[in-house]
Design a protein around this ligand. Structure first.
Ligand SMILES: Nc1nc2c(ncn2[C@@H]2O[C@H](COP(=O)(O)OP(=O)(O)O)[C@@H](O)[C@H]2O)c(=O)[nH]1
Ligand SMILES: [Mg+2]
Length: 374
């Protein structure tokens, strides 16, 4: 047997030393110990975010109309049954001062939502009719086109304030749902995680038109805003979703005839707060609010959001969910061909009142993604 020379022995010792060093480094990553620095914990948390335990920082936001309390409970029960008993997102339920939150109602909300709901008041500064508006002009509008003051306050609140509400300020993702909705399918994934994975900041279900007669000057005002603040334009934003002729809109010359009348309905709306807190959207809302159209006309929050989203997001940053069997009121909806959906393609899913919505939703979805390419 040959005896290793001193230099060979030194080489072996070095090999063994390196091997022990690498083994201990590897083990320190695999076996959690209390000596981990906060940065290594943060690293691990990032790695598992997509996988399982850590829920996106999101809340489901529902505004409660004083006259629709049973409808609210039915909506909460449906949402829990279809997905949220599994996903466990917290709820923020918004009420105005006319809403009587009785002990009976609170107890039922607590029971249905397993205690995950907070009831929060709508602050006057986000809800009341601004006193600098011409009250006579508002009265005239109420008489001629209807839509109550509270309804118009709701539209203005969702257009310009909801993400800044004190009960919502700490959430990154805001999942708005209304009370007049039904999910016909078990939702077998988490839509917010899906958005995060695909890099989307806005999620919707249905696209359709909206009444022009109750918001006659909205398109013109949006166009004038675009013209007045060119420095706020976002490169590659999907303006063609809202405008048939984008350059005319940018020149401040567009009106109702130039509007595509495409609206992403926001009775189901998942958004990242950065959409609304962006300088462009904030300035857009301030501009509209100064014109008074939320009360002089009925400027809807759905068209305002759609104009805003097409101003700040690129095509692939907004995605449509069409496999949820989601219905608003008794309007038409998609009934997916899946056994877990309590609907059939014939009959009610075609819509009692607006069967055309299904066709439009399909067409408009294609438009949201491709209209700008045509
Ligand atoms: N607090 C309050 N909420 C309201 C009022 N009107 C509607 N809402 C809520 O706002 C959301 C949208 O209202 P909805 O009437 O369904 O709007 P539509 O679908 O555009 O006709 C729903 O969640 C309602 O509960 C109101 O007068 N007061
Ligand atoms: Mg509704």
């Amino acid at each position: 047997m040959t005896v290793p020379s001193p230099s060979t022995r030194l080489r072996y010792s070095l090999y063994i030393g390196f091997a022990l060093f690498f083994a201990s480094v590897t083990l320190s990553f695999l076996l959690p110990t209390r000596r981990w620095s906060s940065s290594s914990i943060a690293f691990l948390q990032e790695a598992v975010v997509d996988e399982a335990d850590i829920r996106p920082n999101a809340a489901i936001v529902i505004m409660i109309s004083p006259r629709r309390l049973t409808e609210t409970l039915m909506a909460l029960k449906n949402i829990e049954d279809r997905f949220n008993r599994r996903l466990k997102y917290p709820y923020v339920l918004l009420t105005d001062s006319a809403t009587n939150i009785s002990d009976e109602l609170s107890e039922k909300v607590r029971c249905i939502t397993e205690g995950r709901a907070t009831i929060a008041h709508l602050p006057e500064e986000m809800w009341a009719v601004p006193d600098w508006l011409d009250q006579e002009r508002i009265r005239h509008s109420l008489d001629s086109i209807g839509f109550s003051l509270a309804y118009r306050s709701m539209c203005r609140f969702y257009s310009g304030f909801f993400w800044r509400h004190p009960a919502l300020i700490s959430y990154d993702w805001l999942w708005r749902l209304d009370t007049d909705i039904t999910f016909h399918c078990d939702v077998q994934y988490d839509p917010i995680r899906r958005m995060i994975k695909s890099g989307a900041l806005y999620g919707f279900v249905q696209v359709s038109g909206d009444a022009i007669g109750v918001q006659e000057s909205l398109a013109r005002n949006v166009s004038q805003f675009l013209h007045s603040r060119p420095e706020l334009l976002v490169p590659d934003a999907n303006l063609a979703f809202s405008w048939k002729n984008v350059s005319k809109a940018l020149q401040g010359q567009a009106d109702n005839d130039d509007w595509t009348v495409s609206v992403m309905y926001n009775n189901f709306e998942i958004s990242h707060r950065s959409v609304w807190s962006s300088p462009t959207y904030q300035a857009f809302f301030e501009y509209l609010d100064q014109q008074g159209g939320f009360f002089y006309e009925r400027w809807g929050d759905a068209p305002v959001h759609s104009y805003g989203v097409s101003m700040v997001l690129k095509k692939d940053q907004a995605i449509q969910f069409s496999d949820l069997g989601y219905q608003h009121k008794d309007w038409g909806y998609e009934c997916p061909s899946q056994p877990q959906c309590a609907c059939v393609k014939e009959g009610p899913s075609a819509g009692k009142r607006f069967p055309v919505f299904i066709r439009q939703a399909k067409r408009m979805n294609i438009d949201f993604n491709n209209r700008g390419d045509r």
